[in-house]
Design a protein. Structure first.
Lengths: 278, 278
């Protein structure tokens, strides 16, 4: 059984990003978080660690859950070479906060404009976790064409963009979720070549339905250090899988920073232009 | 077997739109078409007929396939209460043409911003054919929750938005396409509760795989007046279906005009505002 591991790619990413940072690509990351959520705080901390390795600057902004937040986010819009990361979950009107982020400063691809780009088929606009899945699939030369892919979980930031990726790569995709009947889910698990777990829940996969030609990609991470799969497969239980930790996880932050680099490259001289020139 | 028919809804639409047009909602439709494509011309003609019934103005613009087109489209941006319909197919750089359309004047929901809204789950932003499917499903009280839906065809303007609709309505959706293996397609046809045809090709459905609990929604239209299904089902062959002509087709243009009305209502006073206030 092959383990699909993110660490080598992560090392390459860090080297590449460091190199860019040393060659006058100076980005400043505004890390916006909600102190009442542990996940929000710990996400910001992980980003800071990686930014420090790379050599890019960061400013943290603690959400006050008042109108001041709108003003603060709005101010960032006009700052040259700024990137904004909204470390979710946040309690206070996420949609409005996102609407204040400039799409050119949105490496998490949360703005409607960037989501529209992905929906139109541009795979440069995958959010960080989906981009990490893409990069693992490509790194390990997994052929998707005509394959049956089951994505379980339909969040805008993980499940849905992963679905978009696989369908663009010519897989026949099924998107399952909390309203999928258990019997249908099990049937789909049996029949799929690739199964992506993106629910944040364990216990959805009954291992008796798995076989040694299948690949499982696990995007979950639980506080006890396990993924959505919740067990370590035996040697012949699957063809390949992403362990947790070590699979998708190591890539998410460097994929986010690479997204930032891409947006910066695309739009470096455009902040002065009117948006409606697009 | 139930026939799902668009004509009653179309009548209601026309009455509603006429009423709006008579009450000072004055929209002008810029119909941009490519004379070298019959489909482009005939689409514009059908829109004109409906606009004349409703009482809204229209201006046709014939693509010259030169840089003049960019200038012309760009000028429309600043016209108050204008709506732009790009009657595809067009030969000349569709993506650039679309990028010149203001999202507030885009009832076909072709711009990245509007596509992002749909991708985020806002079903007001379905393009005309997908919106027509949604409206038929709702008019006939078809319950989607937990149902297995197979959408065949993944175009940005038809198949993909229909997929988005059904998954938002809690169906378990599979998106099949030209790269789907025939054996997988047949299996999915057998197992699905609702099958949507959106390929522009006939002969994909072997009727021996159908059963009388299934619903077929046919979005195809061929020059001989038939749909993608290509045959008329027998009385007990299906639970329900949309005949061609008469099913989805009658709704597409009024759904497009209702989309225009929605955008107009949302943004009526915003053309003067900067886009980056969003």
């Amino acid at each position: 059984m092959i383990q699909l591991l993110g660490k080598d790619l992560r090392k390459k990413d860090i080297a590449e990003l460091k190199d860019k940072a040393s060659k006058n690509v100076n980005l400043t990351f505004y890390l916006v978080y909600d102190p009442s959520f542990n996940e929000s705080c710990s996400y910001v901390n992980s980003i800071i660690k990686t930014l420090d390795k790379v050599g890019w600057q960061h400013v943290t902004y603690k959400l006050t859950k008042s109108y001041r937040d709108y003003g603060a986010l709005n101010k960032i819009r006009s700052i040259k070479d700024s990137m904004v990361i909204l470390a979710r979950p946040v309690l206070f009107d996420e949609e409005t906060l996102i609407s204040l982020i400039d799409y050119r400063s949105d490496p998490d691809m949360l703005t409607d404009f960037n989501k529209g780009k992905l929906y139109s088929g541009n795979l440069n606009y995958l959010p960080a976790t989906a981009m990490s899945v893409r990069r693992l699939v490509e790194y390990y030369n997994i052929d998707c064409k005509g394959k049956k892919v089951l994505v379980i979980g339909r969040s805008i930031s993980v499940g849905l963009p992963i679905f978009m990726y696989f369908q663009r790569k010519n897989a026949t995709c099924t998107l399952a979720h909390s309203k999928t009947e258990k019997i249908d889910l099990n049937k789909a698990i049996i029949e799929s070549d690739i199964i992506v777990l993106a629910t944040g829940k364990q216990g959805l996969i009954d291992r008796k339905f798995l076989n040694n030609k299948q690949i499982i990609i696990d995007c979950g991470y639980h506080s006890n250090g396990t993924g959505d799969l919740g067990f370590v497969p035996n040697d012949n239980e699957l063809y390949a899988y992403t362990p947790v930790p070590g699979g998708v996880g190591p890539l998410t932050i460097t994929s986010l920073l690479k997204n930032a680099l891409l947006l910066h490259t695309l739009y470096k001289n455009s902040k002065e232009k009117e948006l409606n020139n697009f």
